[in-house]
Design a protein around this ligand. Structure first.
Ligand code: NAD
Length: 269
């Protein structure tokens, strides 16, 4: 895709699922990639290996480079260190993918303050802190830049028993639009992708259970969950110059989930 080769991207939570697929896809498009992971260095190394294979497998002299960075996006000091590490290694960066995310299932009247805060501090506060430091970096280096937030269909669809998750993703939508408006005149584009049900570890409750998976699929107009690679393709598009005139948007990638499957057949006059 136009404009990605030679850029440098930081992908948070890139050791699994959608973040891993985005890191691999961006490397394939010629980006240097900084792979943030929280816990599993082995999984992050797998991401790196697959990304470099895609980027350089067929090429003799491959310019693509990678960096593994451990860090918890809910910790401000970790984010400052991440930005420093990536700047020291690559001289700076051009693309931030705010992907790290968690969810906790609990009836809303029973959720503990601690669990509520944890989800918000990773999914929303973490995305804000990464965006803040990244934008400051873009402005200091006088470079244009891209931020992509990995939101969810639950940015707009309420999700009972996942209150903190729904709130975090609703907030990400407004984070996206507000930053987009504030920095549009300074060369920073901010967009979001909003996956529907996607085949990744966060959905371990149903991905490996054929019965549960069929139930999930029955709610999706296109009749199947999405893949991490389909989410990565959309993120790469929004990060590329093909999307040069797009900012402040959330792109729903959901097989029609946000079209409300219940309305497939007429049930009211
Ligand atoms: P996943 O569990 O594989 O990925 C989440 C990643 O975030 C993991 O690698 C995890 O280690 C990392 N992470 C968690 N806490 C972190 C922290 N404090 N600091 C740094 N990294 C941290 O699941 P996924 O489906 O790939 O999720 C990626 C994003 O996509 C999440 O933001 C999720 O909300 C969003 N999403 C997923 C789906 C889906 O159906 N899979 C749907 C909509 C949105």
């Amino acid at each position: 895709m136009k404009g990605l080769a030679g850029k440098t991207a930081l992908v948070t939570g890139a050791s699994s699922g959608i973040g891993q697929a985005i890191a691999i896809r961006l490397a394939q498009e010629g980006c240097n990639i900084a792979i943030n992971y929280r816990k599993s260095a082995e999984e992050a190394e797998e991401t790196e290996e697959m990304a470099m294979q895609k980027a350089c497998g067929q090429v003799e002299e491959c310019g693509v480079q990678s960096l593994l960075i451990q860090g918890d996006v809910s910790q401000e000091e970790d984010i400052l260190e991440m930005v420093k590490a990536i700047t020291d290694c690559f001289g700076g960066f051009d693309i931030l993918i705010n992907n790290a995310g968690i969810q906790k299932e609990c009836a809303s009247h029973e959720i503990s303050t601690q669990d509520f805060d944890r989800v918000l501090s990773v999914n929303l506060r973490g995305a804000f802190l990464c965006a803040r430091e990244t934008i400051e970096h873009f402005l200091l280096q006088n470079r244009s830049g891209i931020i992509i937030n990995v939101s969810s269909v639950h940015e707009i669809i309420p999700r009972p028993s996942y209150l903190s998750y729904s709130i975090s993703k609703g907030g990400l939508g407004n984070l996206t639009r507000t930053l987009a408006l504030e920095y549009a005149g300074r060369g920073v584009r901010v967009n979001a992708i909003a996956p529907g049900a996607t085949h990744t570890p966060i959905n371990e409750a149903w991905v490996n259970d054929p019965k549960q998976k069929a139930i999930v699929a029955s709610h999706i107009p296109m009749g199947r969950p999405g893949t991490a690679e389909e989410m990565a393709a959309a993120a790469a598009f929004l990060a590329s110059d093909e999307a040069a005139y797009i900012t402040g948007q959330t792109l729903f990638i959901d097989g029609g989930l946000t079209l409300y499957a219940d309305f497939r057949e007429t049930w009211s006059a």
